[in-house]
Design a protein around this ligand. Sequence first.
Ligand SMILES: [Zn+2]
Ligand SMILES: [Zn+2]
Length: 114
Amino acid sequence: MKYYEGLFFKKVDKQEDGCWMWTGAQRGSYGGFGQELAHVWSYKNFVGPIADGLQVGHDCHDKDESCLGGRGCPHRLCVNPEHLKLQTPQENNRSGRGNQWSPNYERKLRSQCI
Ligand SMILES: [Zn+2]
Ligand SMILES: [Zn+2]
């Protein structure tokens, strides 16, 4: 895992406001790291496993009420594990104010054991 952490941090730009912005490849408006979304990888690596049916949401997004969410949301690229939290898809949709998460994509991720 340490090797991957090295690769991970090469693509992270730590901001003054505490967000770790992903500078690597993007998938949709999220960061992509290997086969995973970067923030999901960060959560699993630094926090722990993600229970079935839950998604990784962004606390920094929820606290920034000026952010309209959707594809223009800069918080989607934040990979700071302290800004990540588990939430149900329903909660995520609410906070995303139009979150584009695709169930097919999630299923694809789950079928690949990393
Ligand atoms: Zn953040
Ligand atoms: Zn946002």
